[in-house]
Design a protein around this ligand. Structure first.
Ligand code: BGC
Length: 450
């Protein structure tokens, strides 16, 4: 194992400026949440110590109760690898694993908001840093861990913009553990070969329609393994299309709420999404993201736009090799963009296990934790000194892409860019759009979301 640092923090600061600079909308309201958590094919029971509802039924005082939504694909393996590392260092801590399954946290909001507001929080929970933290920081429900967890060594090692995302109101309240990329277009190599489609030739989001049509004409495969059971995947696809068509500056203007001045651009993206919808699976409305991805793995689907947690699932599938069986291009039109999704853990006030929570957060911020978690998760570490060689060829390429990216905009569907209340409104807009593909109604809802 090499101990070569990936890059110095200083050299990457400028590349990360967009994350910190965007999405300045704040709110004091605790956000609503999606009514229709996406139900996957996993049972969400983790290691069996929790009751799988995220409601804290099984935890005793002093136990480390962790609520998260990593139960699909390679997510659970990555989470278990993290816990294994923690257990090696803290064998005495009793861990109560309490997942609230549902892609992109579609089920976790309600559970966590109720528990935290009731003064009955778990020890820690998974949450996106940035805007997603603001309802909790506005209500003073997260401890400042700037002294207890974020020592000088950790601050030095982390990318500066990621540190900034962890302190939306000045105090450091979160420990980020990964960086996912969202603007990926994954594909099954054999299916594209049969369709005579070369993914690297697709220049822009409109060009993807031609590729989808070629798959439909030349193969029996579903062109795009998209799920519409829960609206977040269509919201993130809208983000990708908009970024691919208009570029990062307009996208950042959109997330700042300037929707009316971008009316034509927003309508153009929605119109294209309606064309893509012809190519979704027949059962798109009842599958989870990982069930869609299973079809790509099986050779029954061609393309998938998804965060690189999908690559964690390919790894977990075994015998489905990067380059040979699957590959990925940046979503058409988004070369040079690293559309970032970040997960973190926090220290809620009124904590049932202050000592164990501090130990866990300290651990999550270490090289060891991030070296165990990220290669399996399909993400790259926010620390700059995690050795490269734990990462296979796909993630090594992602690391290069990140290091060479021009912009790293925040995401709406995964909480960094806009306040949770705005995100909820947009999810609602896309839940309706998934049903009726009505551009006028969706445009009005996006405009009114801010
Ligand atoms: C999280 C990822 C997770 C994905 C699918 C995202 O919001 O950041 O860690 O794998 O949702 O559930």
């Amino acid at each position: 194992m090499s101990d070569t640092p990936r890059e110095t923090p200083e050299s990457r600061v400028t590349r990360r400026r967009y994350i910190a600079g965007a999405g300045a909308v704040a709110t004091v309201a605790v956000a609503g949440c999606s009514d229709d958590p996406e139900v996957g094919d996993d049972d969400g029971t983790g290691d069996g110590t929790g009751d799988g509802t995220g409601d804290g039924g099984e935890a005793d005082e002093g136990d480390l109760e962790i609520v998260h939504w990593w139960t699909a694909g390679g997510e659970e393996d990555a989470y278990n690898a993290l816990l294994d590392g923690f257990r090696e260092q803290h064998p005495d801590v009793e861990i109560v694993d309490n997942p609230a399954p549902g892609g992109a946290g579609s089920a976790i909001d309600t559970v966590i908001q109720n528990r935290v507001l009731d003064g009955n929080p778990p020890s820690t929970f998974q949450i996106w840093p940035g805007q997603a933290l603001t309802p909790y920081t506005d209500a003073d429900l997260l401890e400042d861990i700037g002294e207890s967890v974020w020592d000088d060594e950790m601050r030095e090692a982390y990318l500066d913009d990621i540190v900034d995302l962890s302190r939306p109101d000045g105090d450091l309240v979160a420990v980020p553990i990964n960086i996912h990329r969202l603007n990926n277009l994954f594909y099954n190599v054999e299916v594209l070969d049969s369709a005579d489609v070369d993914a690297t030739d697709i220049d822009d989001p409109q060009g993807l329609v031609d590729a989808l049509e070629a798959v439909a004409e030349n193969t029996d495969a579903v062109p795009m393994a998209h799920q519409t059971q829960s609206p977040w995947s269509t919201l993130q696809l809208f983000e990708a299309v908009f970024l691919g068509q208009q570029g990062t500056d307009d996208y950042l203007s959109f997330v700042d709420g300037n929707v009316e001045s971008l009316e034509d651009e927003v309508r153009e993206a929605l119109g294209l999404l309606a064309e893509y919808a012809d190519h979704y699976p027949e059962d798109a409305g009842s599958i989870s993201w990982d069930q869609g991805n299973d079809e790509l793995i099986e050779g029954n689907a061609a393309f998938l736009h998804q965060g690189d947690w999908a690559a964690g699932q390919y790894e977990a599938a075994g015998d489905f090799e990067f380059g040979e069986d699957w590959d990925m291009v940046p979503f058409p039109g988004t070369d040079g963009v690293y559309h970032s999704v970040i997960d973190s853990f926090v220290f809620p006030t009124n904590n049932p296990s202050p000592e164990a929570t501090e130990q866990f957060l300290n651990y999550a911020g270490t090289v060891d934790a991030q070296e165990r978690f990220n290669p399996t998760k399909g993400s790259i570490p926010p620390r700059t000194d995690v050795p490269d060689d734990a990462f296979g060829p796909f993630l090594s390429r992602q690391i290069d892409d990140f290091d060479n990216s021009n912009t790293q905009p925040p995401t709406i569907a995964h909480g960094t860019a806009v306040a949770p209340a705005v995100q909820s409104e947009m999810e609602e807009a896309f839940a309706n759009f998934n049903d009726n593909l009505d551009v006028d109604t969706a445009y009005a809802a996006l405009r009114d979301a801010f």
